[in-house]
Design a protein around this ligand. Structure first.
Ligand code: SAM
Length: 207
């Protein structure tokens, strides 16, 4: 199954991202009872009504962000910790991923998964990621794995000049948006329709 997943990604996704996904054990980030499905290309339940994103979606978002060695990344919506783990591989030991999750049970779950996978350059924080994580700002890259009604202003503000932010945006129809901060403001790129769970918080949707 893992080989099939990698084969599906090759040619469509950059080699760096495919190699990072080859090194990251996705089976450690899904509940034991469904580990046999870990490499199927669709979202899987991880408890608390939440999901681990499909492999192709993790790959596309990592590709669009163009993660490089040594970067500091903010990841909003830790879930299982898998997406953070792939990004941690892409930024290497000199880089760091701060990952924020609002559901306490998933914070515990992700920390355990990352520990078992031996990943040391991810810090999981509990909180409302729609407000970002100002303590460690500014970031080279920001990844948001839940849909917002619009791009949250605090996330834009916490991006370095030259930095990139990827986020699903929309209510009925959701679209993957890449925000690039320039010295003149913010440029936007649109990367097609997607389906994500809602970003719930002060700069997201209300519960
Ligand atoms: N990246 C995750 C993974 O690799 O398993 C999957 C993320 S799941 C699609 C979206 C996550 O965003 C859920 O765990 C949800 O609880 C979380 N979430 C929603 N609103 C949030 C917020 N305001 N701050 C932090 N996490 C949030």
């Amino acid at each position: 199954m893992k080989d099939e997943m990698l084969k599906m990604l090759r040619g469509n996704i950059s080699d760096r991202v495919v190699e990072a996904m080859e090194r990251t054990p996705r089976e450690l980030f899904v509940p034991e009872s469904i580990r046999y499905m870990a490499y199927e290309d669709h979202p899987l339940p991880i408890g608390e009504g939440q999901t681990i994103s499909a492999p192709h979606m993790v790959a596309i978002m990592c590709d669009v962000l163009d993660l490089r060695d040594g970067m500091k990344v903010l990841d909003v919506g830790t879930g299982s910790g898998y997406h953070a783990a792939v990004m941690a591989d892409l930024v290497g030991p000199e880089g760091h991923v701060y990952s924020i999750e609002r559901i306490p049970e998933l914070v515990v779950y992700a920390r355990r998964n990352l520990r078992e996978a031996g990943i040391e350059n991810v810090t999981v924080v509990e909180g409302d990621g729609s407000c970002g994580l100002p303590d460690h700002a500014p970031y080279d890259r920001i990844n948001v794995a839940a849909t917002a009604p619009k791009v949250p202003e605090p996330l834009k503000e916490q991006l370095k000049v030259g930095g990139k932010l990827v986020i699903p945006v929309g209510t009925c129809y959701q679209e993957l948006v890449l925000v690039i901060r320039t010295d003149r403001g913010f440029d936007l790129e649109h990367h097609g329709g997607v389906v994500f769970v809602p970003l719930i918080g002060d700069h997201g949707f209300e519960i």
